[in-house]
Design a protein around this ligand. Structure first.
Ligand SMILES: Nc1nc2c(c(=O)[nH]1)N[C@H]1C(S)=C(S)[C@@H](COP(=O)(O)OP(=O)(O)OC[C@H]3O[C@@H](n4cnc5c(=O)[nH]c(N)nc54)[C@H](O)[C@@H]3O)O[C@H]1N2
Ligand SMILES: Nc1nc2c(c(=O)[nH]1)N[C@H]1C(S)=C(S)[C@@H](COP(=O)(O)OP(=O)(O)OC[C@H]3O[C@@H](n4cnc5c(=O)[nH]c(N)nc54)[C@H](O)[C@@H]3O)O[C@H]1N2
Ligand code: SF4
Ligand SMILES: [Mo]
Length: 713
């Protein structure tokens, strides 16, 4: 690993100045967005760093190991520092003028040859609201392409579409975190908060101290399930059916809040009718959860005076993710556990700006403020804000993985990636990589030479959280201002500056004439005004004074809505929608050839495809290679020894990982984390089948076989 960079290239100058450099910032990783202070002490030999948590409403002054070490990647000598173009297979340094010229000539040629939809844009949930908003505008106004989507498709799409359909609004948490300790029963379904949002754990331990009954649903034992009074060790992909069982008990045993179901929801009689046909023994059989546990969970939740349900990717990254979440929402709704103290639903948002990133136009079907690109009134409103005609706005495009298919089919010929590493994070990664090789022009804006950046024709160096000012919306729906705490170095530019630079090269500078992130936010405020995610009342000034404001916030004197749905849901008419959910089975079933279920997820010390955390020496040292959790009985059956190299194979490819024999996992399932690329990239074997409604891939289940590597050679 290269040495850390100083503020200037000469630490002696800094040391001579005799001052520490204090950076007030917030963690770039997960959706909690913990605030922190990094103190850089200038030394003669090398600089040292002290990281201090800063109290704020969500983290209450805590930081996890990733936050503590987040300065390491940002200050790493591996940061990209100037634009690079690929010439004869090698990257060579180019100026920004040359980089913009290359983009202008390639994009113009692509458009002339194949039309404007031959250029695709692929964004990310790490981008600030300002950059995410601008990326959507850039695609529609500067490139006039319908093909834009982002990595949040793999993250938030199931919960988002379920929230929109059931409640009329998608905000990660319907209430504040401070409601958690007031809940008497909490369901944690497919969420590993202990490793993925560790600073939130004390909210749950406090609930438990207050007497809450905690139910975890996960095929594995994790730091989170350890907290539970009851752990339903479900077969991967079977959550929707499991909830059908729980709902049946809730209805049959009289735990329904009849008044709430009648006055505040629609569709209860259809749901009841559907549940009448559910057979509890059958549910126990297909989900692998004993009947008494299903009953116990339903009774605990049904009886509790207050309660909350949380889902995350375990439930959502399924080919029925949308419907599985809808079923959990059915449970929240028929028991009346929403819109009041100690009650609510939370889709535990993933990325730092996983919430804001899904509100302002990075999605194929969306315009800012959670408006819809297919809605004529929404188009007219945004067209006016942007100074174009409604007819000039493209139509709806396709989801992230479907864009990869369009690339394969050569319908998309050029791609602009900002804030994602798609060849590691898309399912069926070999296919995705093959597709990207067909592109005539691939541009990647990143801080590092990610696996995807390595394939690019042009790489643009972008700023990190320490340098880039902007707003991010945390999992509660609270908008936070992250001020820049360091100057950019070398030739690095902010994402929004890059977009403005390209727009100018394309002759669209009139629409992109911003000189500061705040100006973009000012436009976003207006663009989101009157939309579902209304930021109109939020300003940088307010964010500084109030340390964050919840949306919706329609006017400057509005306090922001902390608890949603107290008196009405967001649908016209104010009622929430219930729906009958069929039992669903994973798109790929185990067979003689592929006898094990593979599920995938995360570990504490790494973040997503690991591009950042693998460049932090402290984090990398904690977990330096991938692994496969396997039950001892299963390991014995397949002659797998603990700590040995394993070839893991599906219909789509194979990877090599080290075995970790553990009783913490179901016998029929193995688990591999997602943080490594190349030969350890688990997405080389995951299934590309998509949820029909939200187009979420089924990352959490596919069929595989596992063999000792030596034997398989
Ligand atoms: N350390 C760390 N923290 C992170 C991230 C990271 O990469 N590393 N990423 C951030 C992002 S973007 C996200 S989206 C979140 C993700 O946060 P989570 O969704 O909590 O994380 P995962 O590990 O993907 O999955 C959660 C759990 O689902 C379980 N699971 C697998 N299959 C099933 C199933 O069929 N049903 C049920 N009920 N459970 C199942 C897994 O065993 C796992 O324990 O974390 C955020 N925080
Ligand atoms: N098998 C499996 N696959 C999964 C998942 C799973 O659970 N299992 N989870 C899915 C989920 S929930 C997610 S969110 C996706 C995420 O997957 P990716 O989109 O690939 O996310 P990252 O690994 O964070 O990649 C982000 C890239 O952007 C760069 N970057 C970070 N911040 C910025 C910025 O501000 N600007 C720019 N321009 N670049 C930046 C980073 O250096 C990195 O190279 O993966 C999905 N893939
Ligand atoms: S990774 Fe999440 S929980 Fe950990 S410090 Fe960063 S924002 Fe906080
Ligand atoms: Mo995510």
């Amino acid at each position: 690993m290269k040495p850390l960079k100083a503020l200037t290239d000469n630490p002696e100058i800094e040391a001579a100045a005799g001052h520490d450099h204090v950076m007030d910032t917030q963690c770039p990783f997960c959706s909690v967005q913990c605030k922190m202070q990094i103190v850089e002490h200038f030394g003669k030999e090398r600089n040292t760093y002290t990281v201090l948590p800063k109290p704020n409403a969500a983290s209450e002054g805590r930081l996890c190991i990733k936050g503590m070490n987040a300065y390491q990647h940002a200050l790493s000598g591996e940061r990209l520092s100037f634009p690079m173009a690929k010439v004869n297979g090698e990257f060579v340094r180019v100026s920004w003028e040359e980089a913009y010229r290359l983009i202008q000539s390639n994009f113009t040629q692509t458009e002339q040859r194949y039309g404007s939809n031959a250029i695709g844009v692929y964004g990310g949930g790490s981008l600030t609201n300002e950059s995410a908003y601008l990326l959507g505008k850039f695609a529609r106004v500067a490139l006039r392409t319908k093909y834009i989507d982002y990595n949040g498709r793999f993250c938030m799409s199931a919960a988002a579409s379920a929230g929109n359909k059931a409640f009329g609004m998608d905000r990660g948490l319907t209430n504040q975190l401070s409601d958690i300790p007031l809940a008497r029963c909490i369901i944690l379904a497919g969420t590993n908060i202990a490793e993925c949002q560790p600073t939130l754990m004390p909210y749950f331990t406090r609930a438990k101290e207050n007497g809450a009954f905690i139910i975890a649903i996960d095929p594995r034992n994790t730091g989170t399930t350890e907290l539970a009074d009851l752990h339903l060790k479900v077969k991967p992909g079977m959550d929707a059916a499991l909830v059908n069982g729980m709902l049946k008990v809730i209805v049959d045993d009289g735990y329904v809040d009849e008044a709430f179901a009648k006055e505040r929801t629609k569709g209860f009689s259809e749901l009841k009718e559907h549940l009448a046909s559910v057979d509890l023994n059958d549910i126990a059989e297909i989900t692998g959860v004993p009947l008494e546990q299903i009953r116990g969970a339903a009774e605990a939740f049904g009886k509790a005076a207050t309660g909350m349900v949380f889902t995350a990717r375990g439930v959502e990254q399924q080919t029925d993710g949308y419907m599985a979440v809808r079923n959990f929402l059915n449970m929240v709704l028929i028991t009346g556990k929403i819109g009041k103290e100690g009650c609510g639903y939370g889709a535990i948002t993933g990325q730092g700006n996983g919430q804001g990133g899904r509100e302002h136009g990075q999605k194929a079907d969306q315009l800012p403020g959670y408006r819809l690109i297919e809605n004529p009134a929404d188009r007219a409103y945004i067209a006016e804000v942007w100074g174009v005609l409604p007819d000039e706005l493209p139509e709806k495009g396709v989801s992230a993985y479907e864009m990869m298919e369009k690339i394969h089919e050569e319908e998309i010929r050029a791609l602009f990636v900002m804030g994602s590493n798609p060849i590691v994070s898309n399912p069926n990664a070999n296919f995705v990589e093959e597709g990207l090789r067909k592109l005539e022009f691939l541009v990647v804006a990143d801080m590092f030479l990610s696996e995807t950046a390595r394939m690019a024709d042009l790489i643009l160096p972008t700023s990190s959280y320490l340098e880039n000012e902007g707003t991010l919306t945390n999992l509660e729906g609270r908008v936070l201002l992250r001020e820049a705490s360091r100057e950019v170095t070398d030739e690095v530019k902010h994402d929004w500056e890059i977009l403005c630079g390209i727009a100018e090269a394309l002759g669209k500078e009139w629409y992109f004439s911003y000189t500061a992130a705040e100006q973009i936010f000012e436009e976003l405020r207006v663009a989101s005004r009157g939309g579902i995610a209304d930021y109109y009342g939020i300003t940088y000034d307010r964010l500084r004074k109030e340390e964050g404001v919840y949306w919706p916030c329609p006017s400057l004197d509005h306090p922001g809505e902390k608890r949603l749905f107290e008196t009405a849901f967001a649908h016209p008419g104010g009622k929430a929608e219930l729906v009958a959910v069929e039992n669903h089975f994973p798109a790929e079933q185990v067979s003689g050839e592929f006898p094990l279920y593979l599920t995938t997820g995360r570990v504490l010390s790494h973040y997503l495809t690991g591009v950042q955390t693998r460049r932090s020496h402290t984090l990398a040292a904690r977990s330096f290679e991938s692994f496969m959790e396997i039950h001892p009985k299963t390991a014995q059956k397949y002659r797998i020894e603990d700590g040995s190299l394993i070839k893991l194979e599906s219909k789509r490819g194979s990877i090599v990982v080290r075995s970790k024999v553990t009783r913490e996992i179901r016998e029929d399932t193995v688990f591999v984390p997602m943080h490594w690329g190349d030969i350890q990239n688990v997405n080389k074997i995951t299934n590309q089948a998509l949820d029909p409604t939200c187009k979420m891939p089924g990352f959490k289940v596919c069929a595989v076989n596992a063999k000792p590597l030596v034997e398989s050679m």
